[in-house]
Write a protein that binds this ligand. Sequence first.
Ligand SMILES: [Zn+2]
Length: 491
Amino acid sequence: MLAAALSPQVLAKYEPVIGLEVHVQLLTATKAFCGCANHFGSAPNTNVCPVCLGLPGALPVLNAQAVEFAALASLAINCQVRERSIFARKNYFYPDLPKGYQISQFDKPIAEHGWIDVPTADGSMKRIGITRLHMEEDAGKSIHDGLIDSAKYTSLDLNRCGTPLAEIVSEPDMRTPDEAFEYLTRLKEILLYCGVSDCNMEEGSLRCDANVSVRPRGQTEFGTKVEVKNVNSFRFVRLALEYEIERQMEVIEAGGRITQESRLWNANEGRTYSMRSKEQAHDYRYFPEPDLPPLVLTREYIEGKRAELPELPEARRARMIAEYELSAQDAATLTAERAFADRFEAAARTARNPRRVANVLLSEVGGRLKALGLEQEQSPVSMAGIVQAADLLEEGKISSKQLKQLFDVCFEKGEEFATVYEREKPEQISDAGAIEALIDEVIAANPKQVEQYRAGKKTMAGFFVGQVMKASKGQANPALLNELVTKKLEG
Ligand SMILES: [Zn+2]
């Protein structure tokens, strides 16, 4: 870590400036420019052909599905999609790039000028600009036998060559590592909702490089930026930025200057290292790719893709908060995964009262799963079971206490709700006379509360319902009980 912790005065003196470059592999069946399978985990060098191996004379053909996914992702992050974009060759040598160049986009990318909103520390939303989204192809993978500097040999797996990528470049709009973390979280969520990538960081289908600089507060020009590479989790992005920001402040405070360079994040040591090669002088000699014509998308095509966009997470949360009267936290839980939110809503819409389904799901199922450390898919109670329970509650056929007891059994025995309900069929007192007798007892025992009710404090009715339910051991028919309590108190 750093030699010494910086004082609050020093920390307050500088403002960090952060921009992120995110590469996502698109979830197409085949590669960007050939028919090879786009599949992670195949045996090395089995998904290759003359095109992605860069053999002389092989010609690329653009994958229509990759264009569709890039367009969808662009629109989902509020970019303007170009009607005419150009593929370019980015020339560099690396052993895992057999062509000697990468097909990318340079001055005319498929999309530009987007944004996404992210929550900030004070709870408000902040708009982060997105400079561009461009399409390109991935390179292969070098597998070093040991450390890169000392490896005796390096294996090459070219399966990844030609995998379609979207590179999403943000504006330098973020000011804290937390904002960067939120940006990545929201971006990933949007891409997952659109189904364009699986965003699996462990398998490398989402990768992130961070550009970071610091400047004295109040200064408008940016400081010298450093690119932090090799950060393979959102948590590490936050840690790497925290480290790098403090390192830069320390250098400046000591009278030094920041070198423009690329640095590698080392997760084990919790620090960044300068990469040996200085990259600021990179000249990729971009030029238009002669083997691919300009990519032309009609207005109709672009608007058609816009119409295909799913309801995006932020909009869905707002709607569900209104529709199911959820808290922001509960809405976030229900919408974290699109498939889950879809399953919940499909089920809730068949219920007598969808809001009850949300309540039962969150409090009875969610709470128990969390306590047991289980995932939603491991719940013994299906969505249909949750709807059944919510309906029984809504119809007054079981009390909420009985519902809790039934769910206890479901989770204890790993059984579906319907099974437990059929077997245990909780007893319910639906005999008005018996319930009235209990109400009379409770009324007689609580004269003060009766007085308050009759003086106009109608919410007191809830107190009596609760007391009688308790006296009935949770077995009183809730609908009938409510009705009789009001009648008795009014009478
Ligand atoms: Zn191929």
